[in-house]
Design a protein around this ligand. Structure first.
Ligand code: ZN
Length: 369
């Protein structure tokens, strides 16, 4: 079975041979072709070439265009520094909300480093066609707004709003800003779907429950997440693509809110038990996750990765009769770090191959063989 078909079948709870494997590999791929991080995140062809080389070695089912954080922010005019062997860093663009009045939705085809990631999607599609699933990249509206001010400053601004130390005009400006950042995310995601990306990804980790309270999430992030997913939903259905949300950390208090925002697939961080997420979100929820990238994938032995992969698959896969079996992709809880051994990544695929038969009994009733 081809990787892309396997992933789509798991998400549709249709017949498939084994649980798909898609660890969140971004810049880790650079070392597969021996290039610097800078040469990776500034050149879409390099991203595609490196992702493909690693996929050929490991045999996982999803290639990902992701690498760093500030490629959209650069399009707003944010100054970033690039380093030979480190991810970019950024300087805040604004210190007051009124400065955002001049902000416009950038053009993903030309502005910032968005074109690099679009080129990566183009090149991946050229390399693998419909054989391997392609996962895109994208930053969510809350994080984009936070980057513009610097994260600490942005949090203090929200605290001022909550304690009543701000004017109605400022509150309006903040929501206008979040509308602009949402429209920016949407424009970038649409550009990727046009290139044949299968998993339309949005990461918004600054909206994590480890950074803001559930009340803040519901007020300042949820409406904009919902806007993004409501807009993308009909386009994804038409093209056979799925939306995917990643927010780092222990988000047990807001996982149901993520689901209510209308996203198709939720990536579960390693701090949340995958069995807990399955029970909380229900048998029809599409989940991806959640090996610990550092403790298990980077530092674990191959045997540890193998047994942990089996455990995560067994807890993550839905075997509910009504919902159909599947709805799960074996992945990592967050970005796979530089230096993660290829042998460890291979153990994820090995566990999935071995467990294909493990589901055969229930599979005959539920569609997995
Ligand atoms: Zn993360």
């Amino acid at each position: 079975m081809k990787s892309r078909d396997r992933v789509l079948a798991a998400l549709h709870a249709e017949h498939y041979d084994r649980v798909p494997v898609g660890p969140f590999i971004g810049y880790r791929a650079a070392e597969a072709v021996g290039i610097s991080l800078r040469d990776y995140y500034t050149n879409g062809k390099n991203i595609a070439r490196a992702q493909y080389a690693l996929q050929q070695e490991v045999g996982h089912d999803i290639m990902i265009t992701a690498a760093d954080t500030y490629y959209i922010s650069e399009a707003f005019g944010m100054k970033t520094r690039h380093y030979e062997n480190a991810l970019p860093t950024a300087l805040p663009l604004f210190s007051e909300l009124k400065e955002t009045r001049s902000l416009k939705v950038p053009d993903p085809e030309h502005d910032g480093r968005m074109p690099v990631y679009l080129e990566a999607a183009d090149e991946m599609k050229r390399l693998v066609g419909d054989d391997i699933c392609i996962r895109g990249t994208g930053t969510g509206p809350f994080s984009l707004a936070a980057y513009l001010f610097g994260e600490a400053k942005f949090l203090m601004m929200l605290a001022d709003f909550e304690s009543g130390n701000s004017s109605a005009e400022e509150e309006k400006l903040l929501h206008t800003l979040l509308e602009i950042t949402s429209d920016t995310t949407i424009a970038f995601l649409k550009a990727q779907i046009d290139r044949g990306v299968d998993l339309i990804y949005m990461g918004d980790s600054f909206a994590s429950a480890e950074m803001i309270s559930p009340d803040y999430y519901r007020k300042y992030a949820f409406p904009y997440h919902k806007k993004v997913f409501d807009t993308m939903f009909p386009i994804c259905r038409e093209r056979g693509a799925f939306t995917l949300l990643h927010i780092c950390g222990d988000n047990r208090s807001v996982l149901r809110d993520f689901q209510a925002a209308g996203v198709d697939i939720i990536e579960i961080d390693q701090k949340v038990d995958i069995g807990f997420a399955r029970t909380l979100l229900g048998p029809e929820a599409n989940l991806i996750g959640n090996l610990d990238p550092s403790q298990t994938l980077l530092r674990g032995t191959p045997d540890e990765v193998y047994s942990r992969s089996r455990e995560v698959i067994q807890k993550g896969v839905s075997v509910d009769e009504g919902a159909g079996a599947g709805h799960f992709i074996l992945g990592s809880g967050c970005f796979v770090p530089t230096g993660t051994p290829v042998e460890n990544l291979k153990q994820m695929v090995r566990a999935s191959r071995d467990l294909g038969n493990g589901f055969q009994v229930s599979g005959q009733a539920h569609g997995i063989t």
